[in-house]
Design a protein around this ligand. Structure first.
Ligand code: SF4
Length: 216
């Protein structure tokens, strides 16, 4: 699932994550804070979990995330059914870890965590991620839904998203594209403001842009 999200942000980031492994960021830390607080534990507990999972060298990342994290009252209405659910479908060639499965007014929804909300709606990458989890949940026989919730940890915004057939089609197209990267294709990058804060800037400037990469 992280491959698909990475691809939507920049196809080259997805390529570098597959090649070198992903880097730890504030959202990883926010996820530990979120799951700990939902279970009634404090941030000290979340920090211990985070550092034992990702290493003591990432302490600063945790502190920054903890400083920005907002636990909204709106979460109290959501009944947690399960969290950190690993879902995998060989049929769909998809796998991912769902942050939370919740129930609201008798209806079950997948909930995913994100950083800050856009002015309106949800980020496209979160919409597609939600679509992928709806597909996985249906495939696993857990719930058949076309809606999900996104909780934005750094501004406390809880938003619902409805997904459609087009979103599911996009998921399948991305699965095919990520498969190509796994075979060694180097995609074209985005070349915009995203590059200025990208961890792979140096590696990216050393990778050639090929004729084939323009069509991936
Ligand atoms: S530097 Fe730009 S093009 Fe290269 S991986 Fe990063 S965001 Fe993508």
């Amino acid at each position: 699932m992280s491959d698909i999200s990475g691809y939507l942000y920049c196809p080259r980031i997805c390529y570098f994550r597959l090649k070198f492994g992903g880097k730890i960021n504030e959202v990883h830390a926010a996820k530990e804070i979120y799951t700990s607080r939902r279970a009634g534990f404090d941030d000290e507990w979340a920090k211990r979990k985070f550092l034992s999972l990702y290493g003591e060298e990432n302490q600063e990342i945790f502190e920054i995330a903890a400083g920005k994290f907002i636990y909204s009252k709106s979460l109290e209405q959501l009944e947690q059914l399960d969290y950190g659910i690993v879902l995998e479908s060989s049929r769909l060639r998809l796998k991912g870890k769902l942050d939370e499965l919740i129930q609201l007014k008798g209806v079950r929804y997948p909930l995913i965590l994100s950083s800050k909300a856009p002015e309106e709606g949800v980020w496209y990458r979160d919409r597609i991620k939600t679509a992928a989890f709806c597909m996985l949940l249906k495939d696993a026989g857990i719930v058949d839904t076309s809606s999900g919730l996104i909780y934005h940890c750094f501004d406390g915004e809880l938003r619902e998203v409805e997904i459609g057939r087009k979103d599911k089609y996009t998921v399948m197209r991305l699965v095919e594209r990520v498969c190509k990267l796994k075979k060694g294709f180097i995609p074209e990058g985005v070349s915009d403001s995203r590059c200025t804060r990208c961890d792979y800037r140096r590696e990216c400037s050393n990778e050639p842009v090929t004729f084939a990469s323009r069509f991936l």
